[in-house]
Each structure stands twice: as structure tokens, then as C-alpha cells.
Design a protein around this ligand. Structure first.
Ligand SMILES: CC(C)(COP(=O)(O)OP(=O)(O)OC[C@H]1O[C@@H](n2cnc3c(N)ncnc32)[C@H](O)[C@@H]1OP(=O)(O)O)[C@@H](O)C(=O)NCCC(=O)NCCS
Length: 343
């Protein structure tokens, strides 16, 4: 039976950089606190002329161009985001129009920071069955931050990552999507999220007056504890289901939440930090975009080689958490648009 195959990867990080020092001019924080607690040095922020659809389209086009694949051969365009273009229609419809995927069906999915892996798990059987898909994880989280809440505002950034997927038994070789698992616990839904603007807390004049009602709410220490335990656990469960052990894994690709979480997951899983990818220092937590951006950066840095096995783990609002194995048959073409030279 065929698997889903990643034929190419595209990444887009907006050119505007917000450093920790820039944040300290805006709120009572400093570079030392942010780096010690999170490992984050800077994050990207979408410009006033950019939206979730335009940022998604850039990552999508990067993936299409890398594979020299024509958009009108796509069957599906799927955007995973918690910061959509509009309430309705789906952000994916704007992307479909912008990249010229006339034949495709377009839909959005929302799953917090685990959403990209969840979306991949939902859509992979379609790719395995012969459909050609773009799965794009995008977030403009700097548009949803409460700049008066210093413990949350310093953590997040903007970006998009896109996978072009098709069946493993026809078309090019690339990275095979292996076994994966995901799970949710809705009893924790008030701990991390953006509660206002939906039907439970509609926007009223009173709500508009209070800036924090339009922004992300997070109880940081509780998120930290659950994120570490649940990502480590689901990563181990996926390995067990696939009858693999850690020695057979070349890279762990964790959700880029923050470096302390990544380090704690590394210790709990019991793998050397040299086999755990992190670029959180430069891009911060980009939510649904995080795994796609990380993999696009890994390909740009030529860290991924044929024959390798990658284990990804993610956690976010919901709570939802997920883990996914990837098997590298061949290194797929990729394009990571990030506008600046690596420090
Ligand atoms: C947010 C987080 C970094 C805070 O770290 P922490 O060690 O738990 O810090 P606390 O919230 O206990 O705050 C410690 C102190 O630092 C202060 N502080 C918080 N944010 C600060 C900032 N940006 N700059 C300076 N001081 C800050 C607090 O006000 C508190 O001060 P006090 O002791 O005088 O009250 C940490 O809880 C965390 O990483 N949580 C997970 C967040 C995350 O990754 N979410 C997304 C997951 S998908």
C-alpha cells in the first residue's frame, strides 16, 4: 500500500525582525530574562501589507517552485491556522486563488500548535490514495498578542511552512509520512487560547474597549508542565507503535515552543540534544507554522539525509498534542524564504 510522500517543502518567514531589545523598549522586559527563560533572541513579524493568506501563499509557492509543480494539478489546498484571514471563508480559498490552484478543494483546519501534525495525519491518507495536496501551517501570532502581558508577548512570532504531498507509488521520491498519533484534552481549553471574538464571547463595544479580550491568553507554568509531559509521552508511544527505538531516530523535530520546553522534552525522551533540532532563538513560537518552518530550515541547512528517520512532537491549545514519524527516502527539494543571512 502506498504512503503519503512529501514531494517538496516551502517556508516563509517575514523579513521584519523584532529583537528582545526592541521588546524591552515597548514593555517591562529585557533580553536576559527572555533568553534565560525561553532561549528566544528574536522573532519575525508580518508587515502591515501581509495577511495570513498572503504569508501562506508565499510558503505554498515556495514549495511548488521547489518541485517545479503546477498549482492547477493540486487536488487540495489545506491551511492550518489559529489566526485566519477572516472568520469565513476559509483562508485556504484565498490561497487557492492566489497560487492558481483552480481545480483544488480548499479548507482550513485549526488545532493550536499541534494543528499542523494533526492536519497532516488527516490529509495523508488522501495523498497515499493518489491526491496531490498542499498542507500549509501559517500563523500571524504577533497580530494576536497582548503587548501588556509580558509573559506571553515575548514568546510568539509569524511565519508559514508548506508541504507538497502526493502518493509514494507515483511521482518523485521524498520524505515518507510514517505512523503518527494525536490526542486532545478539551478539559484544559481555558488555559491557552484566544477566547474572544467567537460565539461564546462575541465582540461587543465593551469587549473592544479591553485590549486583552482580543488577544492570546495563557497560563504559562501550567502550559509548560503539560507540554513537556505530553510531547514526551506521545513521542514514545509513536516509537513503540512503529517498533522503533530512539537509537533508530536521527532527528527529533519538536514544536518550537521555547528552548526550556525543548530541553526538558529532550531529557524526558532521553535523546542527545545534538539530535534535536531547534531554531527557536531566531523564529520563536510560530504555532501551526512551527514544524513546517523547522523542516524547511533543516533542509536548507542540509541536516536531512537519505535514509534518516525523523520524529516530530507538538503540543498546543486545546490542549492538543501529536507526534509523527517521517522516513527520508530522498531529500526533497525545498525553498526557505527568510530574507536575512544566518547569524
Ligand atoms: C511563560 C514562561 C516563560 C514564564 O516563565 P516562568 O519561569 O514560569 O515565569 P513566571 O511566570 O513564574 O514569572 C516569574 C517572574 O518573571 C516575571 N516575568 C514574566 N514575564 C517577564 C518578561 N517578559 N520579562 C521580565 N519578567 C517577566 C513575572 O512577572 C514573575 O515576576 P514575579 O516573580 O515578580 O511575580 C514559562 O511559564 C513557559 O515557558 N511556559 C510555556 C509557554 C509556552 O511555551 N507556551 C506555548 C506552548 S505551545
Amino acid at each position: 500500500m502506498a504512503d503519503a510522500m512529501i514531494w517538496s517543502i516551502g517556508g516563509y518567514a517575514p523579513p521584519h525582525i523584532i529583537t528582545n531589545d526592541m521588546l524591552s523598549e515597548r514593555m517591562d522586559t529585557n533580553d536576559d530574562w527572555i533568553q534565560t527563560r525561553t532561549g528566544i533572541r528574536e522573532r519575525r513579524s508580518a508587515g502591515d501589507d501581509e495577511t495570513t493568506a498572503s504569508v501562506s501563499s508565499k510558503a505554498a509557492q515556495a514549495a511548488l517552485d521547489a518541485a517545479d509543480f503546477k498549482a492547477n494539478n493540486l487536488d487540495w489546498v489545506v491551511v492550518c491556522t489559529d489566526t485566519p484571514e477572516m472568520w469565513s471563508p476559509a483562508t485556504a480559498c484565498f490561497v487557492q486563488e492566489s497560487i492558481g490552484a483552480q481545480r483544488a478543494s480548499a479548507i482550513d483546519l485549526t488545532g493550536g500548535c499541534a494543528g499542523f501534525l494533526q492536519t497532516l495525519q488527516i490529509m495523508s491518507p488522501l495523498a497515499a490514495a493518489g491526491k496531490r495536496l498542499l498542507v500549509i501551517g501559517t500563523e500571524l501570532l504577533t497580530h494576536a498578542l497582548n503587548w501588556n502581558d509580558r509573559s506571553t508577548a515575548v514568546l510568539f512570532g509569524d511565519g508559514a511552512g508548506a508541504f507538497l504531498l502526493g502518493p509514494s507509488d507515483s511521482g518523485p521520491k521524498g520524505i515518507r509520512v510514517g505512523p503518527g498519533l494525536s490526542q486532545s484534552d478539551g478539559s484544559q481549553s481555558t488555559i491557552l487560547g484566544k477566547p474572544y471574538g467567537g460565539t461564546r464571547h462575541p465582540i461587543t463595544a465593551k469587549v473592544v474597549e479591553k485590549e486583552e479580550t482580543h488577544t492570546i491568553h495563557m497560563e504559562g507554568p501550567k502550559v509548560f508542565k503539560h507540554a513537556v509531559a505530553l510531547m514526551s509521552d506521545i513521542g514514545r508511544r509513536v516509537l513503540k507503535e512503529a517498533a522503533l527505538n530512539l537509537e533508530q531516530i536521527d532527528w527529533v523535530v519538536p514544536h518550537q515552543a521555547n528552548q526550556r520546553i525543548i530541553d526538558a522534552v529532550t531529557r524526558q525522551i532521553g535523546i542527545s540534544s545534538s539530535r534535536v533540532f531547534s531554531h527557536v532563538a531566531h523564529f520563536a513560537n510560530t504555532g501551526s507554522a512551527s514544524i513546517g518552518l523547522a523542516m524547511s530550515d533543516m533542509l536548507e541547512q542540509k541536516l536531512v539525509k537519505p535514509g534518516q528517520r525523523l520524529l516530530s512532537v507538538a503540543f498546543g491549545a486545546g490542549f492538543s498534542w501529536a507526534s509523527q514519524l517521517f522516513f527520508v527516502d530522498e531529500v526533497p527539494p525545498s525553498q526557505f524564504i527568510h530574507s536575512t543571512l544566518r547569524a
